[in-house]
Ligand binder design. Sequence first.
Ligand code: FAD
Length: 428
Amino acid sequence: MGKKILVWFRNDLRLHDNEMLVEAVSKADEILPVYIFDPRQFQKTQYHTYKTGVVRTKLLIESVSSLQQSFRQMGGNLLVLQGCPEDILPELVVEYGIAEVYHHREVASEETAISIKVEDALWKQKVNLKHFIGHTLYNKEDLPFPIKDIPDVFTQFKKKTERDAVVKPCFPTPAAINFVGFEDSGAIPEIGDLLQDSAVAILKVQSEFKGGEQEALLHLHDYLHASEGMVLANATLKKHEVISKLSAWLALGCLSPREVYWKMKDAEANYGVRPYFHQIVLGLLWRDYYRFMFKKYGNTFFKPQGFKKDGEPLVLENTSALQHWKNGQTGQPLVDACMQELNTTGYINQVARQLVATYLVKELEVNWVLGAAYFEEQLIDYAPASNWGNWATVAGVGNDQKLVNSFDFEKLAKILDPKGAFAQVVRA
Ligand SMILES: Cc1cc2nc3c(=O)[nH]c(=O)nc-3n(C[C@H](O)[C@H](O)[C@H](O)COP(=O)(O)OP(=O)(O)OC[C@H]3O[C@@H](n4cnc5c(N)ncnc54)[C@H](O)[C@@H]3O)c2cc1C
């Protein structure tokens, strides 16, 4: 009997630049691709929010479905199941005679705790869980410092990383795959199968985003070659106006950061070096930075006092001010417009996020973790390190001391909405 490797997909829902898949295809005679919808991912949190809201749930379902479609086009399939991976994967190992299980390593505590449970369960069967790293632009091994010595100040991290580390080329998409055969690929769930009725009912999805690798690659292509191929390259955009809207696909792994990076380099070769291309790469560096900071500091980013040692005891009440903020009913038109946008689409840009976060923390004096938990539910691009890291920074309890107290509501409002037009359009 040939060697069978189970490839456990999580936030890596793509065929391109996927080392785990490439290695499985080269080492196994047959592979079994699996995705598991874990009910814990859709539960309520201690802050009375959902871990995943309806807009992101929709995107996730579409992304898994798209991956399944891609495997079907290659003559195979994706096995889609619901339950706890630590229960399901050992059963699949027995059922299909699996020799090894591959997955991508996560960084936040809940996700890594699940990997540990899976690893323990598989270990009892003498089956190895092999970890891959595929979420960042730079591999941690390629950084010019060990994780414990990564500078806390972003500008130092950026300077040294850009100077001393290289971005690896992308792994090629497998041209052909031998699949383990199975009769029933399982059913892709509906939103209502995953979320409680209340979560589905209270939200109206108006998202422009569609999940899946093909959509992500198309969006990246269109973004780079927007209107007749040259608009972006020729435009005179200000920094904050460079908005690629790639974040949701990056978060689910439908798009690899290296793919974005190398496409930016191609664009520079075609159109010349432009600040707009650099701005996207800078975003990817921020993304790496927060992920590596999570690796360095673990759960400190989830604590209400963050990195502050001498903070007041914090009150974590679900106040009416918080509820008004969530509903986009604070009476501050720009904040309300942004929150309503967030609630219906799952996306607002970086400045809008900084603005509503600053307003919650500084004007309404609500603890930042309650805002971060609400973003976790709502954001289409939620990623633990990016969300909790940015929130801690805006709230002034992050680890980069240079950024403490650097957010000013009035300044952000002027950047976002110099003529007050945005608020009027959204409210109309
Ligand atoms: C309070 C708050 C919460 C946030 N939560 C998240 C989150 O959960 N997930 C998320 O991906 N981003 C988060 N961000 C960062 C940033 O706002 C979004 O990544 C960005 O707005 C996404 O839009 P874009 O794809 O057009 O970004 P672009 O400006 O086009 O940047 C390209 C990519 O770089 C990455 N990126 C850019 N800026 C940052 C940043 N500051 N931190 C981390 N990654 C960055 C994103 O993956 C983004 O898609 C948060 C920011 C704030 C202030």
